[in-house]
Design a protein around this ligand. Structure first.
Ligand code: PEP
Ligand code: MG
Length: 315
């Protein structure tokens, strides 16, 4: 079996038999970006741009945004970075967006939906991101949060192209988006599964509710089946389909997700060494077997048990 890599060599990510699985960082600050680069991670699969808006009472202008993004992109020069446009609303309220008065904020105007009410918001952000990409030499792709339909994906892709972005993708966080995987991939270049919100919406269970944590368990077989469907759509379209929710940070689950066919995993930097090590312990066939076993479980605990049995650590 492969030896654990030292921390400074997380590298690009691969199974024991060399099947590549991109190990990417979820990043929200320049410090995160530097840690990811220092660890040798392949790039960034989710740059949460909300940080730029957290304190702002009004929308930061294009130059302010560009400077903030530039600082985070700089350490990732030459690496792929997926920059997500503003994801606010529901569990992420922002002072400059007046979102009060929605009876069901989780089902309200959030993520990409904000753009409909606020002409120019997405366009200005896409321009600032393009500027920061040009300033730094990071290989930037842009991604929209909270997309439910192929029309929304096409709407976003059109604006991304107009701003000069070579690649655009969307997050899959709603059951409708899961059911439309192939159509989404006609509209955009890649998908990234946000398992935190996807679990919340598939199971109709608030992601912040401790008493509903079991429903939001990323080992729920129904959630794994959704990921399997999307990975299949990705294979059919020869497109990147990754996971960027917390699920990707669980070393055992990371192997199962790789076995389901996802081509990248994006996680908190602190989780990367353990995930990298776990992936390198087993072959792609092993991961596929573990994934098959987990998929046919009837609950999260059984799925975990089955995966663990299939991926018995090699001393
Ligand atoms: C997700 O929903 O899984 C995700 C990665 O986005 P966030 O946690 O920022 O909502
Ligand atoms: Mg989300």
């Amino acid at each position: 079996a492969a030896r654990p890599r030292p921390d400074h060599q997380v590298a690009a990510g691969a199974t024991a038999d060399g099947h590549p699985v991109a190990l990417l960082a979820n990043v929200g600050s320049a410090a995160d970006a530097r840690s990811a680069a220092d660890l040798g991670m392949a790039g960034c699969g989710l740059l949460r741009t909300e940080f730029c808006f957290l304190e702002a009472a009004t929308e930061p202008d294009e130059d302010t945004q560009r400077a903030a993004y530039r600082e985070i992109l700089a350490p990732l020069e030459g690496k792929p970075v997926v920059v997500r446009t503003l994801d606010a609303g529901a569990d992420k309220p922002l002072p400059f967006l007046d979102m009060t008065g929605e009876p069901n904020p989780a089902l309200g105007v959030r993520g990409l939906r904000l753009a409909a009410d606020r002409p120019g918001l997405v366009e200005r952000q896409l321009a600032a991101i393009a500027g920061a990409a040009a300033d730094t030499g990071a290989e930037v792709a842009v991604m929209a949060p909270m997309v439910a339909t192929p029309e929304e994906a096409a709407w976003f892709a059109e604006r991304a192209r107009a701003a000069g972005h070579p690649r655009a993708g969307v997050m899959v966080e709603t059951p409708a988006a899961v059911m439309s995987g192939p159509d989404l991939l006609e509209a955009v270049d890649f998908l990234s599964v946000g398992t935190n919100d996807l679990a919340q919406y598939m199971f109709a269970a608030d992601r912040l509710s401790g008493s509903l944590a079991r429903l939001n368990d990323p080992w729920q077989p129904a959630l794994l089946r959704a990921v399997a469907e999307l990975a299949r759509a990705g294979r059919d379209h020869d497109s990147y389909v990754g996971v960027c929710g917390e699920a990707a940070a669980d070393p055992l689950l990371a192997g199962v997700l790789a076995g389901l066919g996802v081509t990248g995993l994006s996680m908190a930097v602190s989780a990367a060494p353990a995930v990298s090590h776990a992936l390198a312990q087993h072959t792609h066939d092993d991961h596929e077997r573990a994934a098959r076993d987990a998929l046919s479980a009837t609950g999260p605990d059984a799925a975990r048990r089955r995966a663990r049995a299939a991926l018995t650590p090699s001393a």
